[in-house]
Design a protein around this ligand. Sequence first.
Ligand SMILES: Cc1ncc(COP(=O)(O)O)c(C=O)c1O
Length: 445
Amino acid sequence: MAYPDFSMEHQWLPFTPNRSFFKDPRVFVAADGMHFTTHDGRKVLDGISSLWCVGAGHNRKPINEAITRQLGTLDYATAFQASNDQAFRAAQMIAERAPGDLNKVLFCNSGSEAADTSLKIALAYHRARGEGHRHVFIGREKGYHGVNFGGMSVGGLPANRKVYGAQLLPRVDHMRFIHDPVHHAYIHGSEPVWTEDPLLELEQRILPLHDPANVAAIIVEPVAGSAGWYIPPQGYLQRLRQICDKHGIMLIFDEVITGFGRLGVNFGADFFGVMPDMINFAKCVTNGVIPMGGVICSDRIYSAMMQSHGSSPDHAIELFHGYTYSGHPVACAAAIATLQLFDEEGLFERAALMGKLMGDAVHARIRGLPHVVGIRTLGLAAAVELRAGAVAGQRAYEVFLRCFQRGVLVRPAGENLVLCPPFIVEPAHIEQMVEVLALAIAEQA
Ligand SMILES: Cc1ncc(COP(=O)(O)O)c(C=O)c1O
């Protein structure tokens, strides 16, 4: 391994074991299509869409050109007390793709900001309707909603919470996880059918404990992505919707990963046929090229907020929330070009097609290898779960390193290895990814 010709003294890498990284750095200096080039001149296949972001693949001309054009037209404009044309255009395109009456987009810059934005909107909405006592948020074990205090509090990945535990939001509870390793360790392209009811605990313990009338919102990822692609039982999201309706609770889908094509359609809400009150998005909306996130709200939420200020003076702001870079014109230009590119190239349909191919390949090649205790595939994503070793997560981490050495970037998530390539992936790439992962797992045994 050659060391790069720049200093690596000053960057503290996020969500990375820094001590181990600097022993054998993985530094990308270029990318095109499905591949990176590393600082030492190696070609690496991006098997994870660079953290679920790069649906259309790297270095896409139409997106790059839209950004360049926008920089020369309107580089930036304040988002408060004014706006820009690209923000309205991007919001329209996103709303048109969102299901039902999810028609109002509030922009932010990341999935973490989207999580906190949606939670704050839920509180503000209830208060606007005279139900300001609704303060309780409910998330789910192993849920991931980013790293800010709201999202971290409703999130359920223990490692992300333990250091900050004393200062997490109060009045937050968590539903049980949605994985049954005994009966549904292997899932191939459809939701598992559970005989027991995973939402009984919500109905019979969690809601009565807090009193459902105090609950502001339930937030879930339609498919639990960061934990390792855990797929909800059949009917789970439908029943969650019914429970929320019964008690007047907002249902938030965090679609930072499932939004914009990963399941072969616009949103998980479409895939599972369930309408939330808000959808959080980020990542693929700009193909990862420029940071952007947002919350798509129902007309009902927006109208309630406006009506509650019906008699307020003209200068009264209805929602005290927003970011300096909400609806940044360059990010919005990137989003517009990305969504157009997805449509023009039929990339969501392609994701569904390639997902089926990848699912078949992963199950056929990897099931039965040493330490493999589960495989879950849905849409264009697959997780291979390994038996936990003496040290939690170590086995998956070492397999990830071996894959990288063999020229494929995969994602370690707990005991899982995740594949979630760009939608432009070709069958030959799938073959390569699956083969490299299989070899790395076999070597690790
Ligand atoms: C479901 C979900 N929500 C929120 C986030 C946080 O997004 P960001 O890292 O852009 O803050 C992620 C990131 O992976 C995510 O998967």
